[in-house]
Design a protein around this ligand. Structure first.
Ligand code: FE2
Ligand code: FE2
Length: 264
């Protein structure tokens, strides 16, 4: 076997603290792990809500090859024309939004060393918007991935652990990894499924952990108490980069290992 193909996946980059910690820590991670491919979920890059075209460029410029997203993808209006036309395809939106939505949930690319790869972005439906079925969307996306593309990474952006785990089992053996995002809370269940797909329910957020999933905790607590509309601000303290490193056999795309990563 050739040396393993390494994928660094960075969890939901949240606001300015998230962008800062990624820019600070990513060079160290690149030195330590020498990833062939670096991916990140960027749905919260713009003050917790969505992402703008300049922030897409900023994160791609920091060495991230493809950005995935989720339910917050539409929060910044300027991303809609960007996804509709002028983008380079490296910002994904969940594939299972209705076909009328601009953008794509699949990226097919090659690393600088010429290894082809696919990135797939799916969104769950439990406690989330009732968009199209992520399982069937995954089947449709995989039908578009050429057989010679062995490295296939899925961002499973979902609230319910059950839905993400079911997606992991459903896709086992057909993709290199199913990496969960969206809850902003890392889980300790990383594993290699029997047919060779790496899996983790959630890699956690890259952002401020002195918070409630990224926002200033006082306002969130107040809202739980009074149930009134509230304005949330991005928290500042305890910024961490969270993600996972997956090693795979480049010949068949099967995962060899997965480890959680947290850097502060
Ligand atoms: Fe998120
Ligand atoms: Fe989300």
């Amino acid at each position: 076997m050739d040396s393993p193909f390494r994928v660094l996946f960075i969890g939901d980059i949240f606001g300015q603290p998230g962008r800062r910690v990624v820019k600070e820590k990513l060079p160290d991670l690149v030195k330590e792990f020498n990833p062939d491919l670096t991916l990140a979920n960027a749905e919260n890059a713009a003050a917790g809500f969505g992402i703008t075209p300049p922030l897409v460029e900023e994160l791609l410029g920091a060495g991230i090859a493809v950005l995935t997203s989720g339910n917050h993808i539409w929060d910044k209006k300027e991303i809609i024309p960007y996804l509709a036309g002028s983008s380079n395809g490296r910002l994904l939106r969940p594939a299972n939004f209705p076909a009328q939505a601009p953008g794509s949930g699949l990226f097919l690319g090659k690393t600088s060393a010429g290894v082809p790869y696919a990135v797939l972005n799916l969104q769950g439906r439990i406690f989330m918007a009732s968009i199209d079925c992520p399982f069937r969307a995954a089947d449709a996306l995989l039908a578009q991935v050429p057989a010679e593309v062995k490295i296939r990474i899925v961002d499973a952006h979902a609230e319910a652990t059950s839905e993400k785990l079911a997606l992991g089992w459903y896709l086992d053996g057909r993709v290199t990894a199913v990496v969960g995002t969206h809850t902003h809370v890392p889980t300790a269940d990383e594993m290699i499924l029997p047919k060779g797909s790496a899996y983790i329910t959630d890699v956690g957020m890259s952002g401020p952990y002195d918070s409630v999933i990224g926002m200033e905790k006082e306002a969130v607590i107040r809202k739980f108490l009074d149930q009134m509309p509230a304005r949330f601000e991005v928290a500042k303290g305890d910024a961490r980069l969270c993600g996972a490193l997956i090693e795979a056999n480049p010949q068949d795309g099967r995962a060899l290992s997965i480890q959680r990563i947290m850097r502060r």
